[in-house]
Design a protein around this ligand. Structure first.
Ligand SMILES: NC(=O)c1ccc[n+]([C@@H]2O[C@H](COP(=O)([O-])OP(=O)(O)OC[C@H]3O[C@@H](n4cnc5c(N)ncnc54)[C@H](OP(=O)(O)O)[C@@H]3O)[C@@H](O)[C@H]2O)c1
Length: 256
C-alpha cells in the first residue's frame, strides 16, 4: 500500500532530526487544491502550514468551527454547506480531516468500565466517527473521477481492535474503531467511481497538541509539524486500494 522509504525507522528523536529533507508532494498535480478540516487544531494547523509552503500545492482551504463558512461535525447542515461552497472550485486532490476529541471539560477518557457514561460515549462517536463519515458523505464528490487523489482522516492506533492490549479509554478507542470501519466501508464504495482515490486512516504518533497534553505531557512527543510532515509523506506515497488502509506516521500498516 505504501511505497516504503529505504532504511528502518529509527528512534523518535533521530526521526525528528531529518524531516526537513522530505520532498514536495510530487504525487499530486501541480497547483493542486487541498482541504484541511480541523485547521485550528495542533495537527490541522501544522498541515496547513506545510501545505502552504509546498510549491506544488496551489491552494489550501481551511475549514473549522470558526472558518467561513463554519463547519461543525455535530451539525450536518454546516458540513453540507461547506462542501457546497467548494463545488465550483473544481477538483480537490487532497482532503485531510484532522478533527477529533479525547477530552474537554465535560469529557475524560475512562480508566475503567465503572466510569463509562453513555452521553460521553455518544459524544465521542458523534465527533470522532459520525462527523468524519459525514465529511466523506459530502466531500467525496469533490475528488476527481479520474486520477490519483487522497482522503485522509486522522485516526489513532488505539482504535485498532487487534492491537488493543491495554484496555481503558472505551469511548475514544471504540469511536476510532468505528471511524476506521466507516473509512474502509466508504473506500470500497468510492473506489467504484473513483478507482484512483485513496482513503487512509492515519496514526500520527503521540503529538504535542492540546489533545494529548493532560495524558502525555511527561512523555516524548512529536512536534505537530514533524508528525504532519511524516503523514503528508505517507499520503504522497500511498497507492490506490479499494479497501483503504490504516497506516502509521512511519508508513507501517496497522492491523484494523
Ligand atoms: N495528539 C496526539 O497525540 C494524537 C494521537 C493519536 C491521534 N490523534 C488524533 O489526531 C487528530 C487531531 O488531534 P490534535 O492532536 O491535533 O488535537 P487538537 O489540537 O485538540 O485538534 C482537534 C481539532 O478538532 C476540531 N474539532 C473538535 N470538535 C469539533 C467539531 N464538533 N466540529 C469541527 N471540528 C471539531 C478542533 O476544532 P476547535 O479548534 O474548533 O475546537 C480542532 O481543530 C484527532 O483525530 C486525534 O484523535 C492525536
Amino acid at each position: 500500500m505504501i511505497r516504503r522509504q529505504t532504511g528502518t525507522v529509527p528512534g523518535c528523536s533521530e526521526l525528528q532530526g531529518d524531516f526537513n529533507n522530505m520532498n514536495e508532494l510530487s504525487a499530486f498535480p501541480k497547483g493542486f487544491t487541498a482541504i484541511v478540516v480541523g485547521s485550528t487544531g495542533g495537527l490541522g494547523s501544522a498541515f496547513v502550514a506545510l501545505l502552504e509552503r509546498d510549491p506544488r500545492c496551489g491552494h489550501v482551504v481551511r475549514l473549522s468551527r470558526s472558518s467561513r463558512p463554519p463547519l461543525d461535525l455535530e451539525d450536518e447542515a454546516s458540513i453540507e454547506r461547506a462542501a457546497a461552497s467548494l463545488a465550483a472550485r473544481g477538483d480537490v486532490h487532497l482532503i485531510v480531516d484532522a478533527t477529533g476529541i479525547l477530552h474537554d471539560p465535560a469529557m475524560r477518557p475512562e480508566k475503567s468500565i465503572g466510569q463509562v457514561d453513555p452521553e460521553v460515549i455518544a459524544r465521542a462517536f458523534a465527533i470522532n466517527a459520525t462527523g468524519p463519515l459525514l465529511l466523506l458523505k459530502h466531500f467525496h464528490h469533490l475528488l476527481p473521477r479520474k486520477g490519483r487523489s487522497v482522503f485522509a482522516t486522522i485516526s489513532a492506533r488505539v482504535g485498532s481492535i487487534a492491537d488493543n492490549r491495554l484496555g481503558g479509554w472505551y469511548g475514544y478507542r471504540a469511536s476510532k474503531a468505528a471511524l476506521n470501519m466507516f473509512l474502509r466501508t466508504a473506500a470500497i464504495e468510492i473506489s467504484r467511481k473513483r478507482p484512483d482515490a485513496i482513503c487512509l486512516a492515519l496514526h500520527p504518533g503521540t503529538v504535542k497538541t492540546r489533545l494529548s497534553e493532560p495524558f502525555a505531557a511527561d512523555r516524548e512527543r512529536f512536534e505537530a509539524e514533524y508528525s504532519a510532515q511524516m503523514l503528508l509523506d505517507v499520503m504522497n506515497r500511498a497507492e490506490p486500494s479499494a479497501e483503504g488502509a490504516f497506516v502509521a506516521y512511519d508508513g507501517s500498516d496497522i492491523p484494523w
